[in-house]
Design a protein around this ligand. Structure first.
Ligand code: ADP
Length: 165
C-alpha cells in the first residue's frame, strides 16, 4: 500500500494542560491518527493561575508520550499564529466537549483566522467518556481530596498530590 503523507501535517494542539487529562490525551491520539504529526504547544495565558509551571507541564506530557513517535511538546510563548507559522503547520487542533466550549472556541478561531488567514482550525470530539472532563475540574477535585483515578494518568495523580500536599 502507498504510504501517503497527510497534506495537513504537522498540526499544532495548543492549550494550558494544567494538568494533562485523559481528554487531552484522547484528542492528541485522534489528531496523530488523522494528521501524522502533532506538536503540543503548552501555553500559560496571563488570565490563568497554574498548579504546574510550564516546564513541569511540558515534562509531564513528554513523559506520557515518551514511547510515541511524531508527538512533539514545546512551550508556547507569544502568539499562537506566530508559533504555527514558525513550525510551518497547516492547522490548529482544538477539542470540543460541549456546546458551552463552542462560543469561546469560535471567537478564538475567527481571530486566529484574521491574524493568519491560511491556517485552518480543526475541532475534534473526544470519546464521550471524557466529555465532562477538564483540567480545572481535576484541580478542584484534587483540592477537595477527591478521587482522580481515571481522570488523569496515575503518575500525574502522584504529582498533583505532591503539589497540593
Ligand atoms: P486552554 O486554556 O487553551 O483552553 P486547556 O488545556 O484547558 O487549554 O485545553 C486545551 C484544548 O483541549 C481546548 O481546545 C479544550 O477545549 C480541549 N480539551 C480540554 N479538555 C478536553 C476534553 N476532556 N475533551 C476534549 N477536549 C478537551
Amino acid at each position: 500500500m502507498d504510504k501517503q503523507k497527510s497534506l495537513i501535517s504537522p498540526v499544532v494542539y495548543p492549550g494550558s494542560f494544567d494538568p494533562l487529562t485523559f481528554g487531552h490525551i484522547d484528542i492528541i491520539k485522534r489528531a496523530k491518527k488523522l494528521f501524522g504529526k502533532v506538536i503540543v504547544a503548552v501555553g500559560s495565558p496571563s488570565s490563568k493561575k497554574f498548579l504546574f509551571s510550564v516546564d513541569e507541564r511540558v515534562k509531564i506530557i513528554k513523559n506520557f508520550f515518551k514511547n510515541e513517535k511524531n508527538i512533539e511538546v514545546e512551550i508556547l510563548n507569544g502568539l499562537l499564529v506566530d508559533f504555527v507559522k514558525k513550525k510551518r503547520a497547516k492547522a490548529i487542533i482544538r477539542g470540543i466537549r460541549a456546546v458551552s466550549d463552542f462560543e469561546y472556541e469560535f471567537q478564538m478561531a475567527w481571530m486566529n483566522r484574521k491574524l493568519h488567514p491560511e491556517v485552518e482550525v480543526i475541532f475534534l470530539l473526544p470519546s464521550e467518556k471524557y466529555a465532562y472532563l477538564s483540567s480545572s475540574l481535576v484541580k478542584e477535585i484534587a483540592f477537595l481530596k477527591g478521587n482522580l483515578k481515571g481522570l488523569v494518568p496515575d503518575f500525574i495523580i502522584k504529582k498533583i498530590r505532591k503539589k497540593i500536599g
